[in-house]
Design a protein around this ligand. Structure first.
Ligand SMILES: [Zn+2]
Length: 346
């Protein structure tokens, strides 16, 4: 009796077919679940006469394996069919694809690029993983120069411990791009280098291990500090409004001589003095200067024929001034509530 029942179940499962996952699941429930046929047969197995036990046991096992194999086979068949099917259900509700917004740093970077493009600057992007030669040495940072301490970065490889110029590192400023560009291009050069830079800094509201810069370089015959000042004034007025004033304070950078830091009149109080500008009426926005003749020579440009200026600014800094983002970390936290606030800014 039992053997016949198993045989008929075997025949049934061998001939089974399924059009969808649901039917496969029904088969699994019927044969292999807790209350399925196989388990039921196991229950009946103890009533089987001793001399038949072996034969029935083999049959039950055969039924179990056959059912398992058949169900797996049906699943595979169905998956292949679905993968090959090119039917598209046009009536189906689409996935809710949410449109993102442009990142505030991208908005500001694009605005900076746009202003300088109108003054004839072209774009150049150098490598983020660079060598010491381009990031420091060619820019007048001698291997033991204290200015290196201000730009501690992440070192990738040090092939010769006695020669820092062999180091491979994450660039700490985009000034290295200027070295790359001058090395491979003849003056006149008028180029803008935007990009991500890295510093080995503890992350806080005011400092991060990566941020963004835009660096500008102009090298030609007869380029003077006056040209630099006019270009920067134009930039400040385009960026922060036509009433913006600028002032240049003497400063130091290894790769420019003379060097200056530029402040703009505080765009919150209009220069009268407020908490934001610490009651000075001015806020710092960038560093600049005339390219050191030593750098020009290091890049194969004759400093007796050509002069040039360079400037560099932090994109986060400009974004802070425009949008008053108090915490630098918010730019990289991917909090869409913060990012959505800039939806109407471009
Ligand atoms: Zn102010």
């Amino acid at each position: 009796m039992l053997i016949e029942k198993i045989d008929s179940l075997l025949k049934e499962i061998q001939q089974a077919h399924a059009d969808n996952q649901e039917q496969i699941e029904q088969l699994r429930l019927k044969y292999l679940s807790k209350k399925g046929e196989v388990n039921e047969l196991m229950g009946e197995f103890r009533n089987v006469a001793k001399e038949q036990k072996k034969a029935v046991g083999i049959k039950i096992n055969e039924l179990k394996t056959t059912a398992q194999n058949k169900i797996n086979e049906l699943r595979e068949q169905l998956e292949t069919q679905e993968a090959q099917s090119d039917e598209i259900d046009l009536t189906r509700t689409p996935y809710p694809v949410e449109l993102g917004t442009r990142h505030p740093l991208t908005i500001v970077k694009n605005e900076i690029i746009d202003i300088f493009s109108r003054m004839g600057f072209t774009l150049f992007q150098g490598p983020e993983v660079d060598d010491d030669k381009h990031v420091f040495t060619m820019l007048n940072f001698a291997s033991d120069h204290p200015a290196r301490d201000m730009q501690d970065t992440f070192f990738i490889e040090q092939s010769d411990p006695d020669d820092v110029t062999k180091n491979v590192l994450l660039r700490s400023h985009t000034s290295g791009d200027e070295a790359h560009y001058m090395e491979t291009h003849e003056p006149p050069i008028r180029v803008l280098c935007p990009g991500r830079v890295y510093r080995n800094e503890a992350i806080s509201a005011r400092a991060h291990c990566f941020f963004h810069q835009v660096e500008g370089l102009y090298v030609d015959k007869g380029v003077s500090f006056t040209d630099l000042k006019q270009v920067l004034l134009t930039f400040a007025r385009e960026m922060f409004g036509p009433d913006t004033k600028i002032r240049l304070r003497p400063s130091y950078f290894p790769f420019t001589e003379p060097s200056a830091e530029m402040d703009i009149s505080c765009n919150i109080c209009g220069g009268k003095g407020c908490n934001f500008c610490k009651h000075t009426g001015w806020v710092e926005i960038l560093g600049c200067g005339m390219v050191d003749p030593h750098d020009l020579a290091a890049c194969g440009i004759d400093p007796d024929v050509y002069t040039g200026y360079a400037f560099g600014m932090g994109v986060e800094r400009i974004a802070n001034l425009k949008y008053r983002v108090s915490d630098l970390r918010m730019f990289s936290e991917n909090d869409t509530r913060f990012l959505r606030e800039f939806e109407s800014a471009y």
